[in-house]
Design a protein around this ligand. Structure first.
Ligand SMILES: [Zn+2]
Length: 321
């Protein structure tokens, strides 16, 4: 076995090291948490599938491993390249949305999921997938100086038991509005990767309480979360998001609306020409009826519309679906 893992083997032995090297972890989201979770896991010998639909922005640099030259590149691909330089594992990068059309291919052969997402809807979907398929996940989130981590084992209490209601559109606090400390994101991601490694190897106990860190007050708490016997997902096995019909998803994000088709064939260069926009390789930007629009090659559109209806109608005008 390579010397790379000497210190780990000294700590927990070759068998547990082999467990890590035979594993595959899905890292959903390659922002602050995803960067450091993926880095820790890859260097520990865990194979990874990295998923993120977005590109690197300058404001990401303060809490990630991205370099200035990565600005404008897809996060998943840039992260794969950075981590591969220092590790010996298999890494796949998927520049895609995690949604009801894509979850199956993303979950294939996965042992556990690291939830490094930055919005609630895909988390509720992940929760349904976890309960339905029996795959655990480690939820992490950080905002301002606060962080939260919770291990969901797919059999007991679930994410819906902890957060029963979907936040109303626009009500959820985001890092772009409130800011975040890089020490909070690195603490959360360390605990997340630690839980993944403990789950995969059986080295130490996985604490299944909700862990809450307040880096401003210097407080660290654990909160017991009970299973809700009326929970639609884990008590009644009702999977509304997975089973919702229709070929188009319209979801609110901090940048407006995100419209995602099941499949679409878009000619970004032609659309740039038609709407006097700018074709940038992976996407085209343009303005229609005063709304700023970004259209990606897989047919996903980000649009600053006033509501879902307007977002859907602009999508249909431009893409024809
Ligand atoms: Zn539940």
């Amino acid at each position: 076995m390579s010397e790379v893992y000497d210190r780990q083997i000294t700590l927990f032995g070759e068998d547990k090291q082999k467990e890590l090297q035979d594993s595959l972890v899905l890292v959903l989201g390659c922002g602050a948490l995803g960067n450091l979770v993926a880095n820790n896991l890859a260097r520990a010998g865990v194979n990874l599938r990295l998923v993120d639909r977005d590109v690197v922005e300058e404001s990401n640099l303060h809490r990630t491993l991205f370099r200035k030259a990565d600005v404008g590149r897809p996060k998943a691909e840039a992260l794969k390249e950075i981590i591969e330089e220092g590790s010996e594992v298999r890494i796949e990068a998927l520049v895609k949305d995690f949604n009801r059309f894509t979850w199956k291919e993303m979950m294939k052969d996965v042992d556990i999921v690291a939830d490094c997402l930055d919005s609630m809807l895909p988390r509720y979907l992940l929760n349904e997938v976890s309960v339905k398929k029996g795959v655990p996940f480690v939820h992490g989130s950080a905002i301002r100086a606060e962080g939260r981590v919770k291990f969901f084992d797919s059999e007991n209490e679930c994410f819906r038991c902890l957060y029963p209601r979907t936040p109303e559109p626009g009500k959820l606090e985001t890092c772009s509005q409130s800011g975040v400390l890089n020490s909070a994101t690195s603490l959360v991601s360390s605990v997340q990767s630690n839980m993944v490694i403990k789950h995969l190897t059986g080295f130490g106990n996985v604490n299944k309480d909700l862990l809450v860190f307040d880096m401003k007050k210097g407080e660290f708490r654990t909160v017991e979360v009970d299973k809700n016997e009326g929970c639609e997902v884990c008590s009644h096995n009702s999977f509304d998001i997975i089973e919702e019909g229709g070929d188009i998803i319209v979801e609110e994000t901090c940048e407006g609306y995100n419209v995602v088709p099941k499949s679409a064939d878009v000619d970004l260069e032609r659309i740039a020409e038609n709407y006097s926009g700018e074709y940038k390789g992976l996407f085209t930007t343009f303005t229609l009826s005063g709304k700023e629009i970004i259209l990606f090659e897989n047919g996903r559109m980000q649009v600053k519309a006033k509501d879902r209806k307007e977002a859907r109608s602009i999508y249909s005008k431009v893409v024809g679906l």
